[in-house]
Design a protein around this ligand. Structure first.
Ligand code: HEC
Length: 138
């Protein structure tokens, strides 16, 4: 029962990007990850680039063109979406981060955050995580 429900949710979430982007809010931006070690097709559970200056630089561009409109410039949330600086830097939160970015977030059938699977590469996702981690908390 539980897993059937999860399957339905995932199916619905995966069908969403078309609808979301059709609203013309802002087109997702591909991120050039040249210079980062390629990661292959298996999803990793922790950030392979944590603290890497090159990843932070690439992640800055990726964040600003894909996430800042909701999560705020310089990762300072304006209240529209959670402040991502609050996520602790550890393996568990890495896994949570990646699953959110892959699947997005839905509540009561409404898309709160679009899924980025097939939009951002895994390299881009972890680069963005590295950039977020590098932002100081207030
Ligand atoms: C359209 C607005 C929007 C965009 C664009 C967006 N998000 Fe989100 N994000 C949200 C909202 C809203 C939530 C809270 C969802 C909920 O209520 O469960 C969220 C939640 C999250 C969470 C979980 C936070 C927590 O405290 O547990 C992560 C991680 C995250 N987003 C990362 C990203 C990243 C990385 C990007 C860019 C690649 C991004 N988001 C783009 C709106 C957005």
């Amino acid at each position: 029962m539980q897993s059937k429900h999860l399957f339905l949710v995932l199916t619905a979430v995966m069908a969403m990007p078309i609808i979301v982007w059709a609203h013309g809010d802002a087109a997702p931006q591909p991120v050039d990850t040249t210079g980062l070690r390629p990661l292959g097709t298996e999803w990793l559970l922790s950030n392979p680039y944590r603290g890497d200056p090159k990843a932070i630089e690439i992640g800055s561009k990726g964040y600003n063109s894909n996430c800042a409109r909701c999560h705020g410039l310089d990762v300072k949330s304006g209240g529209m979406a959670p402040d991502l600086r609050a996520l602790e830097v550890n393996d568990q939160m890495d896994a949570w981060f990646l699953s959110r970015v892959i699947n997005g977030a839905k509540r009561d059938d409404r898309v709160k955050m679009p899924p980025f699977e097939n939009i951002l590469s895994q390299e881009a996702m972890w680069a963005i995580r590295s950039y977020i981690d590098a932002q100081p908390d207030d």
